[in-house]
Write a protein that binds this ligand. Structure first.
Ligand code: XMP
Length: 514
């Protein structure tokens, strides 16, 4: 990572911050999202090539609106203000911002007045994406208007001599046709970046940071076999080797052969110190007689913590805990306007480990996005089976055995699930869908096999497409794939005589059944 070349993104609460950061990284330039009130001294320490002031939901003229350190305008570092960022720039430097006569939301025609600098190479007219209620009604004296839209007389402004630029629209969203070119002009033309950031440089830099922070101390990592914890573990292992102990808890709620595969990958391939804890009995006895989904989740979460504590205690003298926290999680919890997203955060934590475990957190992925983590995993030599894995819920198969979780029911589900997975993989749908899995229902139905009446379980097949798991649609799997899954399960899995396909979207349903 070439930290000579960092771009800072000041967070004014925009829902698009992650997207801005992503776009900068796509240009192979390292960037960091920082709070909007970061001090000028701190900025100077980081010595960025440029700063991007994000959008945000506030009005700059209202009491309590998020501001920035006034000295930032005078550091001589190029600044690009987007939406709220532009309005703040206008207001702070002597212009005027008012409520717009009409809200502008959606696509608008961008008419470029000055096709130099930030708009170099742009056509006179293109589509941009707007989302604002306020507008700059008067630009500061040293600025000029460089673009308009039908509804915004001042859609963009610039003070070229000070390298200050403001855009009322969002160049980071895909709907802005020339968004990439505009950001490129800013990053390369104005900030003079060279674009030398790569995953390889990220690995080298991370390794030296981890080594320095950890010293000779011991580190533990809760390994689930999912992408994030796996990549985090391998990265830390590369830095400090056997000082890292990974704890893999077999809670008895895993897919068929999952625990074996994870052990094989991490012990054999990466030669890690892997502590395999067989806690199947502990979990299943705690779940005995429990049918309520929330109660199941709580029991599993608690038990996981207990098992983890026991094992960390056995290892002894541990100072750090590795977590596979990603950038979106960090942003959710540090956004200027916190909101309900901070509640969502706790679900992302590894098993929701409590603070009183007294461990310091090591989060080597906290600056990356999911697909960058996959790229990193590839660079680190992790096999595709892990890198391209579909998400799997923390409480595992317990939330897919509807009703009471027993060993017998788990085994029926495991068998059905294995067949679903194999067929989905074979058909090429595994990576086209977000998730695909079987659910065991707590009802029995009548069937006929040979000449015999059967009275057995129902498996529901769930397959969804989604970009982030927040919303989802049922996957339009081909009939022949559905047919093969149904036949295979009913013919081969003892105790199942019917398969149904879940055709509900999220919302109003959820992806998991519990
Ligand atoms: P729902 O069922 O809420 O799931 O639509 C959204 C996504 O989150 C996964 N999921 C979980 N992941 N711990 C996790 O790490 C959990 O407790 C959990 N519950 C649901 C689910 O598989 C889907 O991808």
């Amino acid at each position: 990572m070439n930290t000579d070349e960092i771009i800072l993104i000041l967070d004014f609460g925009s829902q698009y911050n992650q997207l801005i950061a992503r776009r900068v990284r796509e240009e192979r330039i390292y960037c960091k999202i920082v709070p909007h009130d970061i001090g000028a001294d701190e900025v100077m320490k980081l010595s960025p090539r440029g700063m991007i002031f994000s959008g945000g939901p506030a009005s700059v003229y209202k009491e309590g609106a998020p501001l920035c350190d006034k000295r930032l305008w005078t550091l001589g570092i190029p600044i690009l203000g987007i939406c709220y960022g532009m309005q703040l720039m206008a207001k702070e430097l002597g212009g005027e911002v008012l409520k717009a006569p009409s809200r502008e939301y959606g696509k608008a025609e961008l008419l470029v007045i000055d096709d130099k600098d930030i708009f170099k190479g742009l056509p006179k007219s293109s589509i941009c994406w707007m989302s604002h209620g306020d507008h700059v009604s008067q630009i500061p004296r040293s600025f000029k208007t460089i673009a308009q839209t039908t509804n915004s007389e001042i859609a963009a402004m610039a003070d070229n001599s000070r390298n200050l630029y403001g855009l009322q629209f969002h160049p980071e969203v895909a709907h802005t046709q020339m968004g990439k070119e505009i950001l490129r002009n800013f990053l390369y033309g104005i900030c003079k970046c060279s674009g030398s950031w790569t995953m390889k440089s990220f690995i080298d830099e991370s390794i030296s940071k981890i080594k320095e922070r950890v010293g000779h101390d011991k580190v533990v990592c809760g390994l689930s076999g999912g992408v994030d914890s796996s990549v985090a573990a391998v990265l830390v292992n590369k830095a400090i080797g056997r000082q890292l102990s990974c704890i893999f808890v077999n809670n008895g709620l895993l897919r068929k052969s999952e625990s074996g595969e994870v052990r094989k990958t991490f012990e054999d391939h990466f030669h890690m110190d892997l502590h395999y804890v067989d806690a199947e009995e502990r979990f299943l006895s705690k779940l005995k007689g429990i049918e309520d989904p929330e109660e199941k989740r709580k029991i599993i979460g608690n038990e996981f913590i207990r098992v983890f504590e026991d094992e960390a205690g056995r290892i002894g003298g541990v100072r750090f805990l590795v977590q596979g926290t990603l950038y979106p999680d960090v942003i959710e919890s540090t956004s200027a306007f916190g909101g309900p997203s901070s509640v969502i955060k706790s679900h992302h934590n590894v098993g929701g480990l409590p603070n009183d475990m007294g461990l310091e957190l090591l989060e080597p992925l906290r600056e990356l996005f999911k697909d960058e983590v996959r790229q990193l995993g590839k660079e680190l030599g992790l096999p595709d089976e892990i890198i391209l894995r579909q998400p799997f819920p923390g409480p595992g198969l317990a939330v897919r055995v509807i009703g009471e979780v027993t060993m017998e029911r788990l085994n029926i589900l495991r068998e059905a699930d294995e067949r679903v997975l194999n067929i989905i993989k074979k058909s090429g749908y595994y990576n086209k869908v977000w998730q695909s899995f079987a659910v065991l229902l707590p009802v029995k139905t009548v069937g006929v096999m040979g000449d015999e009446r059967t009275y057995e379980n129902v498996i529901a097949l769930r397959a969804v497409t989604s970009s982030d798991g927040m919303t989802a649609d049922w996957a339009r799997l081909p009939y022949d794939v559905l047919e093969e899954i149904s036949n295979k399960i009913i013919n081969e899995v003892q105790g199942v005589n019917r398969v149904v396909f879940d055709i509900s979207s999220k919302p109003p349903s959820t992806i998991e059944w519990e």
